[in-house]
Write a protein that binds this ligand. Structure first.
Ligand code: NAP
Ligand code: HSE
Length: 427
């Protein structure tokens, strides 16, 4: 007779239902890996009357205390989302000596320190593989497989919704507003898409990854964030012409200037491995001093990919329970480190400006860049728009502060109608 490991889910939505599906469908594969049967004893929901499209024989409850006080349950899986009460439930479950698995990037990014500390004294696990990259293994690789390395860079596409939108804008020449409406109708983008298109979902994910990679606490406020709302079909067209694709990148680098963590759209050379990551797929590139370059690729969201990562966490914790050990890796934020302000970062830039179409304008603009040591790699006059000329410039690798100073001057020129977009280029 196999031993039974009882667990509870907090949430029976997209991901919770996916966990039930995997535990049911693959039970014959999972049980021998643990040496015990995983039994979902209770599920916490908001609305017990809701018709669920998946069969569940255990108890449905709306009372968290029922799960907290159930001595048979030693693994709590939080898949309800949102900051509150998810954070309080996770905290109380840990304090009650239960192992916790969560997919909640909002809670991990904001309250990770407090939760890790809470797991120490009761000696329980807190696992969160699904919180970044959905089904892609990335937390475990960073914490374990690459632990011997000094990590210098983590860069990736970690938001599926925006990658889907940018892919559609590139391949089908659809405008931002139309592609957003389509992403919503396909169920990729939330009805309130702010966190995705504004870059905040990606920012929470890179805060989590960079905290692990660099061994210091990086909070959401430490991440410089720009979303994709200003990307137009014109930018996409020029990127293609110049041999680039536009991607929303999450970037974290450590060098002698400190840790530089940011999320923004970027021109990625079409030959770069991240350029071929399309639709809702995610990819995370990690560079370590010993291993060199590695890349992790797959489905960054969705019911079964996300539930795959959660169920793997369940298997790990259940296996440890069987051996009376835990697999807890203590909080990896060992020291405080200096952050690098965005003004001190360097990059080439794509800049699109609408100017009066008359003699001397290009020279005046070039002069304003030159005065701030911003060296231009190429200047192309594109189309005419209402008696104005559209100019596209690509700079060499220059400092952000200098670009901003030059653009301030340029915006004040009477011959300049608008600085339409400024996008960093991956070199
Ligand atoms: P969802 O479909 O909205 O499901 C949420 C579930 O939690 C529902 O069953 C809901 O109950 C329950 N719930 C919410 N608030 C509650 C409360 N206060 N008390 C009791 N139950 C409550 O969400 P999801 O898409 O499965 O996402 C779950 C988590 O996974 C989130 O943290 C999300 O960021 C993360 N995640 C999701 C994906 C994805 O592709 N969906 C990918 C990666 C990570 P009712 O059913 O009664 O309403
Ligand atoms: N909204 C996220 C995305 C999925 O589009 O990638 C959940 O992490």
């Amino acid at each position: 007779m196999n031993r039974i490991i009882n667990i509870a889910l907090l949430g029976f939505g997209t991901v919770g239902a996916g966990v039930i599906k995997i535990l049911t469908t693959n039970s014959d594969k999972i049980t021998p890996k643990i040496g015990a049967v995983v039994n979902v004893k209770k599920i916490l929901v908001r609305n017990p009357q809701k018709v669920r499209d998946i069969k569940f024989d255990g108890e449905i409850t709306t009372d968290f205390e029922e799960i907290l006080n159930d001595k048979d349950i030693n693994i709590v899986v939080e898949v309800m989302g949102g900051e509150h009460p998810a954070k309080e439930y996770i905290l109380r479950a840990l304090q009650a000596g239960k192992n916790v698995i969560t997919a909640n990037k909002d809670v991990v990014a904001k309250y990770g320190k407090e939760l890790f500390e809470a797991a120490e004294e009761p000696n329980v696990d807190l696992m969160f593989e699904a919180s970044v990259g959905g089904g892609i293994p990335i937390i475990r690789p960073l914490k374990q497989c690459l632990a011997a390395n000094e990590i210098t860079e983590v860069m990736g596409i970690v938001n599926g919704t925006t990658n889907y939108m940018l892919t559609k804008m590139t391949n089908e020449k659809i405008d931002f507003a139309d592609v957003l409406a389509e992403a919503q109708s396909q169920g990729y983008a939330e009805s309130d898409p702010t966190a995705d298109v504004g870059g905040f979902d990606a920012a929470r994910k890179i805060a989590i990854l960079s905290s692990i990679a660099f061994g210091t606490r990086i909070s959401l406020d430490d991440v410089y964030v720009e979303g994709i709302t200003k990307i137009s079909s014109q930018d996409i067209e020029y990127a293609t012409e110049l041999g680039y694709v536009i991607k929303l990148l999450a970037i974290a680098r450590e060098d002698e200037n400190g840790i530089d963590v940011r999320v923004h759209p970027a021109f990625v050379p079409s030959t770069h491995p991240l350029a071929t990551v399309s639709d809702v797929f995610n990819a995370i590139y990690v560079r370590g001093d010993a291993v060199g370059e590695t890349m992790f690729y797959g489905r960054g969201a969705g019911q079964l990919p996300t539930a795959s990562a959660i169920t793997a966490d369940i298997i790990d914790v259940a296996r440890n329970t069987m051996h009376n050990v835990n697999g807890r890796i203590l909080c990896t934020c060992f020291e405080e480190k200096k952050l690098c302000n965005i003004n001190n970062t360097q990059s080439p830039y794509y800049i699109r400006i609408l100017v009066d179409d008359k003699p001397g304008v290009l020279a005046a603009i070039a002069g304003a860049f030159g005065a701030q040591q911003v060296s231009l790699n190429s200047v192309i006059q594109k189309r005419r728009v209402n008696h104005c000329a559209e100019i596209v410039l690509i700079t060499y690798n220059v400092t952000e502060a200098n670009v901003r100073l030059a653009l301030n001057t340029i915006k004040g020129m009477s011959v300049v109608n608008e600085v339409e977009n400024v996008i960093r280029v991956v070199s």
